[in-house]
Design a protein around this ligand. Structure first.
Ligand code: DAK
Length: 258
């Protein structure tokens, strides 16, 4: 499918989606979000893809939702049209592991989109922020919730109330980014991580993602129960037999995703 605002390709077992609206610093207009939803769904359904990388450009991962598109809306418009809700959660619903590779600005909806990924690899040039308060609103795509869970109340309040932007090293220090890498190594690092994940047993990777996500959605007791059941269930897979046999035989496992 041809995309206007995305570059989409596969590199081996990795699906790569690059936001491509450079004139507007990848501002996330409705048509872009619709395309993103379609591209993510296609990779989720593609058996040859084991993990997905979502990235932007050098100057911006995404500078937020499209302010010019939003500016004239009334409360009634937003409610009646369910404004910028459809499609926005697609990244958080992906079953396969998703890495956000962030260079430049990841602001507002851009930061929120990156946080929907399973982890963020940041270029040294990355700048994260939730500046919505500076334009008279608050984060609307999870910024008050996912950010607070990722970095805790103090840092989340600091960012959401002041709207200040943090750099890549602060993002890593506070737990928003998993790694910081030189800008010219960003895509290679993200692709290598995604390929490594895609090379694991597919069912184990899906289970691992679901189990970690459960930690943010359930009580500890329920999360531990979920983890235990998933762990036990993996003993019904060929990949568990293969992985453990390969370990004992001192060879690399040949996982089949079964
Ligand atoms: N929207 C529209 N256009 C944008 C944009 C944005 N968010 N960010 C940048 N642009 C455009 C600029 O208007 C400019 O376009 P032209 O004037 O050339 O036509 C072009 O990109 C280059 O930007 P600048 O000239 O401003 O470049 P600078 O280097 O001077 O500044 C900047 C870069 C990133 C600091 C600045 O552009 C900026 O402050 N941008 C806005 C950042 C921001 O406030 N972001 C938060 C937006 S609110 C929801 C889902 C999502 C959301 C809410 C609800 N639901 C599911 C309900 C999200 C809300 C938001 O993200």
């Amino acid at each position: 499918m041809p995309y206007q605002y995305l570059n989409v390709e596969t590199k081996g077992p990795v699906g790569v989606i690059a936001l491509d609206r450079p004139d507007a610093l990848n501002a996330l207009c409705t048509p872009l979000i619709k395309e993103l939803e379609a591209a993510l769904a296609a990779f989720d359904a593609d058996d040859a893809v084991g993990a997905v990388v979502l990235t932007g450009g050098e100057r911006a991962f995404a500078a937020g939702a499209d302010i010019k598109e939003m500016a004239g809306k009334t409360y009634a418009d937003c409610v009646r049209e369910n404004f910028i809700t459809d499609g926005w959660e697609a990244a958080s619903h992906l079953r396969k592991p998703l890495i956000a590779a962030v260079a430049g600005y990841a602001l507002g909806g851009g930061c929120e989109l990156a946080m929907m990924a399973d982890f963020i690899i940041a270029a040294e040039t990355a700048k994260f922020g939730q500046p919505e308060i500076t334009i008279g609103v608050i984060p609307g795509a999870g910024g008050t919730q996912r950010l607070a869970r990722a970095v805790g109340k103090a840092k989340a309040m600091d960012m959401v109330l002041t709207g200040r932007t943090i750099d890549a090293h602060e993002a890593e220090r506070i737990g928003l980014a998993a790694r910081v890498v030189p800008a010219d190594a960003l895509l290679d690092e993200a692709l290598a991580a995604a390929a490594r994940i895609a090379g694991m047993g597919r069912l184990a990777a899906l289970a691992a993602k679901a189990a970690v996500n459960a930690a943010f959605e359930t009580t500890l007791a329920e999360g531990l129960r979920f983890e235990r059941q998933s762990f036990h269930a993996l003993f019904s897979t060929a990949d568990q037999k293969e992985g453990m046999a390969a370990f004992a035989e001192k060879r690399k496992p040949a996982f089949t995703g079964r």
